[in-house]
Ligand binder design. Structure first.
Ligand SMILES: [Zn+2]
Length: 162
């Protein structure tokens, strides 16, 4: 006799299936972790947890590591959708940001001293590559000094942004 419950159990998406989906996801919509969620976090409905490489970890951190390399010191996995506490694990919504900047973004305003972010860094590189702008001009566009632009272009700062 066919047992429907066993069938569901047998074919249910496992945490690793969803993890793979999250890494490959390019959707604008959030991908909400359907498995175990940590309800204590940030007063939200909970961030996803997964057992990965033998450790119980936050799913969004694991996804960010797989896509963007190891977490640079002082950085957080930041959700561009601001839906971390809501359980989003969509890899295309995640990037490493300096923790201060991440907190500022979550409050909806940039900090004074952290004017750059990975998107700005890519724009700076593109502006430089086209050869039409001086370091000073690029700096004025982003509200930072010439030397800040130089350290971005040399990879001294933000070198981990691909
Ligand atoms: Zn999201």
């Amino acid at each position: 006799m066919f047992n429907a419950e066993d069938y569901v159990l047998l074919y249910r998406e496992t945490p690793l299936d969803t993890l793979r989906k999250a890494v490959e996801c390019r959707d604008a919509a959030c991908l909400i972790w359907p498995h175990y969620r940590d309800m204590r976090c940030n007063g939200g409905v909970g961030r996803g947890r997964v057992k990965w490489k033998g450790r119980d970890q936050f799913v969004h951190v694991v996804v960010c590591e797989i896509l963007n390399g190891p977490r640079p010191p002082g950085y957080h996995a930041s959700h561009s959708c601001h839906n971390g506490a809501g359980g989003c694990v969509n890899g295309s919504h995640l990037e490493w940001l300096p923790s201060e900047q991440n907190l500022a973004l979550n409050r909806g305003r940039p900090t004074k001293d952290k004017k750059l972010n990975p998107v700005a860094v890519k724009e700076i590189r593109a502006m430089h590559a086209c050869g039409l702008f001086s370091h000073g001009e690029i700096g004025r566009r982003f509200g930072v000094s010439k030397s800040a632009i130089r350290s971005v272009l040399s990879g001294h700062n933000w070198g981990w942004v691909e």
